[in-house]
Design a binder for this molecule. Structure first.
Ligand code: FES
Length: 152
């Protein structure tokens, strides 16, 4: 059971709650924190379920809703905006047939926005799961999505 493997890596200290939650979310194929994840975390740290739930809802990087296998986070900060991220957002919405925060019907991609990723020199930029991608164009986006579809 992958949750037990994850917990083995940590001391049962409240200082580790964010690391544990990140790890649980990253290892969930649907990239979210399930009720079971919250329970497991609360039991491990010996704290109330409601405390863990409160932490999950406080931080926008955690999701209580199942998401796609790949989370696309398009940067919406000014340097990327100036370099055309808004039209790329429209492109992605149309291509994936989703709105911001939604997941494609096949469960592959979730579209989200983020603030600066720290790679403004190659704006416009996005992250797909843990990978940063810059110099985005519609063609580059097509290639990235196609590659992910083929490797899944
Ligand atoms: S503004 Fe987009 S990466 Fe910095």
């Amino acid at each position: 059971m992958y949750r037990e493997e994850i917990l083995k890596k940590y001391e049962p200290s409240l200082d580790n709650i964010l690391y544990i939650l990140h790890d649980l979310q990253d290892n969930n194929p649907q990239h979210y924190i399930s009720k079971e994840d919250i329970e497991v975390c609360a039991n491990f740290l010996n704290i109330p379920y409601s405390y863990v739930h409160g932490v999950v809802t406080f931080y926008s990087m955690f999701s209580l809703k199942p998401r796609g296998r790949y989370i696309i986070r398009l940067c919406e900060s000014p340097p990327c905006h100036l370099m055309g991220s808004e039209s790329l957002l429209e492109y992605l919405k149309k291509k994936l047939n989703v709105k911001i925060g939604e997941t494609t019907k096949d469960g592959m991609f979730t579209l989200e926005l983020t603030s600066c990723l720290g790679i403004c020199g190659v704006a416009p930029a996005m992250m797909i799961n843990d990978e940063m991608v810059g110099n985005l164009t519609p063609e580059r986006i097509d290639a990235i999505l196609e590659e992910r579809r083929q490797t899944s």
